[in-house]
Ligand binder design. Structure first.
Ligand code: FES
Length: 122
């Protein structure tokens, strides 16, 4: 069992098995969370990991900058250790940024789009 603490909900504590995605496990325990696609593509369920470790290999919504800022896609992430999160839109303060004011650096992009590819036309 893993202990999941929700810091911005009065440090409420939940016990999960870590076998299913956190969105599913926490919702089954009564926690109300925002979500949409439930396959890691829409970013609606993003939460900020404050402490701990998750496996979110199958997510496709976050870029490297968002991952480095601690964001986790709860609909696909499984807890590997005890974790502490901020959840909901209140945790999204660093999730988005204005690309015209503060553009992404190449290393912040996803690995598969960070490399400039040559385009050929026949
Ligand atoms: S609900 Fe869409 S990414 Fe999690």
């Amino acid at each position: 069992m893993k202990t999941i603490t929700i810091a911005n909900r009065n440090n409420t504590v939940y016990k999960v098995k870590g076998k299913r995605p956190l969105l599913s496990e926490l919702r089954s325990l009564g926690l109300v969370l925002p979500y949409g696609c439930q396959y890691g593509g829409c970013i609606t369920c993003a939460a900020k990991l404050i402490k701990g470790k998750v496996d979110q290999k199958s997510q496709v919504a976050l870029n490297n900058r968002q991952i480095n800022d601690g964001y986790v896609i709860l609909c696909v992430a499984r807890a590997k250790t005890n974790c502490t999160f901020d959840i909901g839109v209140e945790s999204h303060d660093k999730l988005y940024r204005n690309p015209f004011i503060d553009p992404l650096e190449p290393h912040e992009l996803k690995a598969d789009i960070a490399t400039c590819r040559e385009i050929k036309h026949d």
